[in-house]
Design a binder for this molecule. Structure first.
Ligand code: UDP
Length: 423
């Protein structure tokens, strides 16, 4: 790579569901000849060293990691940070640190000058730095288009200056067929909109082995669960995971546990160490452990995409996080939806009523309902319909990410724009 190569600085919101899609986009750009600087907060950098080892952050001469400070005290290196606190601290401390980093990068002779900044939609403070240095910026919005449309109507965000976006272009991790009408509505407000999803599928198709060793999981993955999945019949295992941020009450955890135990289906259940105050697994009784025997596997964190693509997995009980929804659609796996916050309710509504891939479970979890919905999903008529729809969407996602597809074409447009030093 020459000094004249484009240099994209990628800065995600420092939360798992934002880091993952940004990393996929960065790998895609790197594959197209970009020098990449990928920015973590110092807090997350240390977590990644702990969960994945330093080697996973060495990158390559043209894919490098840098850090900024987030301004929060680094008291708890095990758990997650308080997201509202983080969102308040970043525009002050993160902004200062980010400005210094851009200056430092531009002063170096061993990397090309920064030609573009790709920023998370929630990190709009980076616009200030981009404008100051005259560097073109694109924004990656990590929620769904239907969720984003909701945010665009959020008056408070307008007052706080997030919207209307000053950015020239917005990137979304969805595909045209999937959210056609919503995308049309957004384009009336943001004409330069690029859909490149499902990002994980696009990355797999374009550059499957590019920078394979670089990952972004902040928790240590349990890969043995993949061997456990090998033991079960195709489409017979229920996969349960509520993402990286949600916390659940002990009571809800017990209701999920007994509901799953009562179905008689094998299940893989991710219980993050910080999911319940006091430790999730310890809340579950010996009686429960005895009842499930080896039919249920509980792990702290798993390689989710590999789990969803495993032939044994037949359904996903989930929280409607957007990355998880896209990853599930990419594998044609139907859903039971337990939305919690942010735009998850919107994702649930669309999954259940528009895309026909999911069933909603009441927010106040009861074991009988867990049992009956899991049975319906795995063996009922409705479940069969949802599975068929999920498979149909998977095929449409494959078309979108193939060479004549909308996501593929849009990604190439992004590359061209960024290489031209977008005005
Ligand atoms: N994830 C994972 N292993 C887990 C749980 C989650 O790899 O055990 C990944 C998942 O594949 C997804 C991200 O973490 O890419 C979670 O993002 P999402 O938007 O679904 O939810 P959030 O964590 O932001 O609520």
């Amino acid at each position: 790579m020459e000094a004249g190569n484009p240099h994209a600085v990628c800065i995600p919101l420092p939360a798992q569901g934002h880091i993952n899609p940004m990393l996929l986009l960065a790998k895609l750009l790197h594959f197209h000849g970009f020098h990449i600087t990928f920015i973590h907060t110092e807090f997350n950098y240390h977590r990644l060293v702990q969960s994945r080892g330093l080697d996973s952050l060495r990158g390559s001469p043209h894919f490098r990691f840098e850090t900024i400070t987030d301004g929060l005290p680094s008291t708890n290196m095990r758990g997650i940070q308080d997201l509202p606190d983080l969102c308040l601290a970043l525009p002050v401390h993160g902004l200062r640190s980010f400005r210094e980093l851009i200056m430092k990068l531009n002063a170096r002779s061993d990397v090309p000058p920064v030609t573009s900044i790709i920023s998370d939609g929630v990190m709009s403070f980076t616009l200030e730095v981009a404008e100051e240095f005259g560097i073109p910026e694109m924004v990656l919005f990590t929620p769904s288009a239907c969720g984003m449309l909701g945010y665009l109507h959020f008056e408070d965000l307008k007052e706080r200056g997030y919207f209307p976006l000053k950015a020239a272009a917005v990137i979304l991790n969805t595909f045209d067929d999937f959210e056609h009408h919503v995308l049309d509505a957004i384009k009336t407000k943001l004409p330069k909109l690029y859909t490149v999803g499902p990002l994980s599928m696009l990355q797999r198709r374009l550059c499957p082995t590019n920078l394979d060793s670089i990952g972004s999981n902040l928790w240590k993955e349990d890969t043995q669960c993949l061997g456990w999945l090998d033991r079960w019949k195709p489409k017979s295992v229920v996969y349960v995971n509520y993402g990286s941020l949600i916390t659940v009450t002990p009571q809800h955890l017990r209701e999920f546990a007994w509901g799953l135990a009562d179905t008689n289906y094998p299940f893989l259940w991710v219980i993050r160490p910080d999911i319940v105050d006091g430790g999730g697994e310890r809340i579950l009784s010996k009686e429960f452990t005895a009842a499930i025997s080896d039919r249920g596997l509980l792990v702290g964190w798993c390689p989710q995409e590999r789990v969803l693509s495993h032939p044994s997995v037949g359904g996903f009980l989930m929280h409607c996080g957007w990355n998880s929804t896209m990853e599930s659609v990419s594998e044609g796996v139907p859903l039971i939806c337990w939305p919690f916050f942010a735009e998850q309710q919107m994702n649930c509504f669309y999954s259940c009523t528009k895309w026909g891939i999911g069933m909603e479970i009441d927010s106040d979890i009861k074991r009988e309902k867990v049992e009956s919905l899991v049975r319906e999903l795995m063996e009922g008529m409705k479940g069969q319909g949802l599975r068929q729809n999920a498979i149909d969407w998977k095929k449409k996602a494959e078309i979108a990410t193939s060479p004549d597809g909308s996501s593929y074409i849009n990604f190439n447009k992004i590359v061209i724009q960024l290489k031209q030093r977008m005005p």
